[in-house]
Structure formats: C-alpha cells, structure tokens
Write a protein that binds this ligand. Structure first.
Ligand code: PLP
Length: 395
C-alpha cells in the first residue's frame, strides 16, 4: 500500500511548473532552450519595495505576525480596494496569505464539502480544479469557445449551475488566454448569478494591472448585492513583480475570512513578516512603473500576436490583458504531422524547435498552446523565428 493519501492521488503536479523545470533542466545540460512557459514578469521588484523589506529587517520585523496579515498591510489593502475598485471592506473582511494561491487554497479548503460543485470556465488556471479536488469538491468545467474570445457566456453559466453549485470562479484578465471581461460582460453574467442567492463567487483579479488599449478593469464585487457573496482575490506577484515574495490577499464576507484564518493558523501561521512590510510599500508607494511595464508588455503582445498570425497553420486572438496568448494549433494535428494532440505539438516544439510552451489541454481546452510573453523582446524574436521554422517543417 502506498504511503500517499487518497486525497493526494486525486491531483497532479502543476503542469506549468513541470514545463518550466524541464526547460531549466535542458538549459543546465547546455541546450539552448527558450522558455515561454513561466507565468511571471521578467522585471525586477522595484527598489522602493526592496528597501522597505531591508528596513523591516533592520527594524526587527522578523517575528510571527497576526495570522492573516499585519494591521499595516490590511490597511494598505483596504485603501487599495477603495482607491482602485471602489470597494469598501472592514479590516476583518480582509485576509493575507502566502501568495494568491494560498488564499484560494485556504478559501476552498474552508468552504467546500464533499460533492459540492465549483463552476470553472475553461481554459482555466491550472490550479483551480486540483485545489477543488483536494478539498473534496467537484470541478464543473465549462468549455469556452474561441469564437467567444474564450469567455464564459451567460447562457453557458446558467446551464452549468445546479443545486450542488457552491462557487463560480471568474478570472479576468485570464491565465492562460489573456481575455478580460468588460463591465458590460460582467453585468450580463451577474444577471444570472443574482438569481442564485446561495452561490459564492471567487474573482481572481491577480492580473488586474496588466491590461491594454485603454481597457477599463471591472470586478464583480462592484455589482450591487453580489459583493456580500464574492471573495475578491488579488496579490502583489504580477502587478509589482514580486512572485518570490509570496503575498496574496482577498476581501470578502467575514465568515469566509474568519474560516480562512482558522486554516492558516493551523498551517503556515502567517505570511512572511518581511514580505508583508514590502507589500505595504508596494500598495502605498509610487505606482507609476505599473503603467510603464504594461506598455512594455503591450509591445510584446503586439509583436507575438502579429508574428503568430503570419505563420501558416497557426492563428491567435489579440487579448486584452495578462502576459499570455493562446494560439490555435489544430491545423497541425492529424495524420499528416503524426501529432495527435496539442501535447504532442508542444513536446516536439521543445525537442525540435527548442521553445518551451504549455499545451492547451493542461488548461482544459485542447488544440491550443499557451505562450507567456513575459520575457525580453530579444528572446521573443528568437522564439517566434523558431516556432515559424518548426511549423514550416510540419507544413
Ligand atoms: N491566479 C492566477 C490566474 C495565476 O496565474 C496565478 C499565478 O500564476 C495565481 C493566481 C497565484 O499567484 P501567486 O500565488 O503568486 O499570488
């Protein structure tokens, strides 16, 4: 009998992390691989944020903190929600965790019972279904079409809801497609959700600050009567290039926030004291570099989308945000190329083309792959040339 628990057998390791480590291994073996698999900004954490962490160490902020966040950080988060999203939360409606991922993990562990359904629009961020499975719940995957820009439609949402639905997850801008919901699109989905008073909504806003072409970010808790059953999750990882600092947070109903703290008190005790001090500076300090960085990402998005659409056999939508694109590679699948699935496509692209990307099926939608363009323009130019040559070799 295996030592491994039954609940662990329900899940798999994160496929995006698997690609990143495979590319790392190839690089270490001296192979010239370009990694477009990782979901993190290539920019460094700004100096004012690093300095705040150094100050915190010198000051002696090196002890356990309150379980779900220091009062200073909670106040900074409270101001952020008010300033940027017009959302007003009490301090006991705010929680801080070790990355947005832990906030989600805690939230679902604290609320999902065996058999509860969680509606997840696909393509989805890889961790949602596995966290739900670990919590004993049932992911209800709804495939969203390319013709709908990979977004959930009100009709599909209504069809997915059952008596067992406990949560609906929304992620805008999306990992892996970059698609972002406009205010109008969120209002349309809300009309469905307003009818079901017992369903909770998890809004994953982690890419809030990475949007293009004057897109106006809007989050579902801004809808009257939905705020009281929405957990709005966000974090400093992507907006402030702080993936390694591990700080995520959420605002939401007191009952959920309290339950999250209970789990955290029996697991990690608290997020790192030093990272919390850095996150206070991130949220309260200067914000000008956010727009500058979004502009660099926009130039890369434009280059990647245009280059992909010039490659015979590939097609790619131009997304509103995040730093991903989700090109369609269906025309390369079939007898002629001997590639059955998108996984075969990305594996051969890695071994022959020396470019690491992630297959669409890892995100719940076959026939696509995800490119993260959070890397230098030089790297992107080289990678797109390699993808072109690889596709030509299949044509
Ligand atoms: N949500 C989405 C959609 C993500 O892509 C990520 C990270 O890749 C996270 C949440 C978690 O981010 P973190 O745990 O670094 O805050």
């Amino acid at each position: 009998m295996s030592i491994v628990s039954n609940s662990l057998k329900r899940i798999k390791p994160s496929p995006t992390m698997a690609v990143t480590s495979k590319a790392r291994e190839m690089k270490a073996a001296g192979i010239d691989v370009i990694g477009l698999g990782a979901g993190e900004p290539d920019f460094d954490t700004p100096d004012n944020i690093k300095d705040a962490a150094i100050e915190a160490i010198k000051r002696g902020d090196t002890k356990y903190t309150a379980v779900d966040g220091t009062p200073d950080l909670k106040k900074a988060i409270q101001s952020k929600f008010l300033r940027e999203n017009s959302l007003s939360y009490e301090l006991d409606q705010i929680t801080v965790g070790t990355g947005g991922k832990q906030v989600l993990y805690n939230a679902f562990m604290a609320t999902v019972n065996k058999g509860d359904e969680v509606v997840i629009p696909a393509p989805y961020w890889v961790s949602y279904p596995d966290i739900i499975l670990l919590a004993g719940g049932k992911p209800k995957i709804i495939k969203c079409d390319e013709k709908d820009k990979f977004k959930l439609t009100p009709k599909k949402l209504a069809k997915a809801i059952s008596k067992k639905t406990k949560w609906v997850i929304l992620n805008s801008p999306s990992n892996p497609t970059g698609a972002a919901y406009s205010k109008n699109e969120i209002e349309e989905l809300s009309k469905v959700l307003l009818k079901y008073k017992k369903i909770y909504i998890l809004s994953d806003d982690i890419y809030e600050h990475i949007t293009y072409d004057n897109f106006k970010f809007f989050t579902i808790a801004q809808i009257k009567f939905l705020k009281e059953r929405t957990l709005t999750m966000n974090g400093v990882s992507k907006s402030y290039s702080m993936t390694g600092w591990r700080i995520g947070y959420a605002g939401g109903p007191k009952e959920i926030i309290k339950a999250i703290a209970k789990i955290q008190s029996q697991s990690t005790s608290n997020p790192t004291s030093i990272s919390q001090a850095a996150a206070v500076e991130a949220l309260n300090g200067k914000q000008d570099f956010i727009e500058e960085r979004a502009n660099s990402f926009k130039a890369r998005r434009d280059f990647v989308v245009e280059s992909l659409n010039k490659i015979k056999g590939l097609s790619c939508l131009r997304p509103e945000g995040a730093f991903y694109v989700f090109p369609n590679c269906k025309r390369f699948l079939g007898k002629k190329t001997k590639l059955k699935t998108d996984k075969d496509f990305v594996e051969r692209l890695l071994t022959e083309g020396k470019v690491a990307v992630v297959q669409g099926s890892a995100f719940g939608l076959d026939g696509y792959f995800r490119i993260s363009y959070a890397t230098s323009m030089d790297n992107l130019k080289k990678a797109l040339e390699r993808i072109k040559l690889f596709c030509e070799s299949l044509n």
